[in-house]
Design a protein around this ligand. Structure first.
Ligand SMILES: [Zn+2]
Length: 128
């Protein structure tokens, strides 16, 4: 059974809104004047090299997380019109609509996600 059309439309709206938001955030934080993805360095804000390094590390991690989420949103938008969307990639069961509404980029049903996270010890609760 395929996903109900109104659920699909709701999810598309949510994904597109989030995508616009992510792009705006990335533009503010991480897109250089040349339009390439760059991590803003805190060099120049303090003379303490150790502080600069740790602040830059946080910036890099945050940009990488945003880029990963953006990729997940793009792939969810591409899958949205295929019969695979809303189907757990591990067991083939339908993912609960409430779960999709809470997190449209999820790829697995609750049970498989828990098993996956247990097996992979996903740091920081990243849900992909
Ligand atoms: Zn599953």
């Amino acid at each position: 059974m395929s996903l109900a059309t109104d659920l699909r439309n709701t999810l598309r709206d949510k994904l597109q809104q989030r995508r616009v938001q992510m792009l705006a955030d990335l533009r503010d934080e991480s897109i250089s004047d040349e339009g390439t993805l760059a991590v803003r360095s805190h060099r120049g804000e303090t003379d303490d090299e150790a502080v600069v390094e740790s602040m830059d590390a946080v910036e890099i991690a945050s940009t990488a997380r945003d880029a990963t989420e953006l990729a997940a949103i793009d792939s969810a938008l591409q899958r949205l019109d295929t019969p695979d969307f809303g189907i757990c990639i591990d067991c083939g069961a339908e993912i609960e609509p409430a779960r999709l509404l809470a997190e449209p980029t999820v790829l697995r049903c609750t049970a498989c996600q828990q098993r996956f996270e247990h097996q992979h010890h996903t740091p920081g609760g990243a849900r992909l």
